[in-house]
Design a protein around this ligand. Sequence first.
Ligand code: ZN
Length: 243
Amino acid sequence: MPDKYPAAEWVPWKRDDAEGRPTFWPGSCTPVAVVLHIMAGSAGTARQWASRGHYGASWHFTVGRDGHVMQHLELDDAGYQAGIPASNPDPAWPLWRGHGQNVNWYTLGIEHEGFPGEPFTAAQAEASRALCRWLSETLAIPFDRRHFPAHAEIDVLNRPNDFNTPALREAHYHYLFEEEEMTPEDKAKLDAVYEALVGRGNEPAGGELLARWNANGNSLLLGYLREQEKVAAMSSRLAHAER
Ligand SMILES: [Zn+2]
């Protein structure tokens, strides 16, 4: 398993703080999910905290508003990002393993630069999705909401706007997983068009297009198909009217 995201700048979290306290647990995480956060701060602060070895909060990735991604921990390092006090209620998040196991031992954390109430920029949303897709492939975990929960779904008491206010959070989830919402019928149609456009992915050019498409989702093409259907329906209604 590669431990570095190729598109990220490696800005490692310093292992100990000024008082010699450990800022993360190296090699202690076996990730089965990735928790999404909003920093309520700037990417510059993340860079400072990592370089100085800030104690009490540490995470794996920071996604800037300009789309720049930093990686601070390796994929088997456990940060301090999603833990909750034992006095908190058990979250309804389906992958929760109970208070007996530290949630940082089985989740990674992605912080997004910015404040709750601010929509992600387009560059940031795109970088966030590309990173989540890479993590899904690299960790062999499904690309869906239960494997990419919001911090608010774990720390239900203290983090209602993490990541982001509920409406903006839903908008980002829709953006992340819209492809998952396609019907099998839509998927079959897309596959047919896809194959016609790029072949079966055996040609180098086709393979490259395929990879690029997979990296970016295919909602544009779905929109195009919908448009074609509308045009077809309209023509058929016109044809009827003329009869
Ligand atoms: Zn958080």
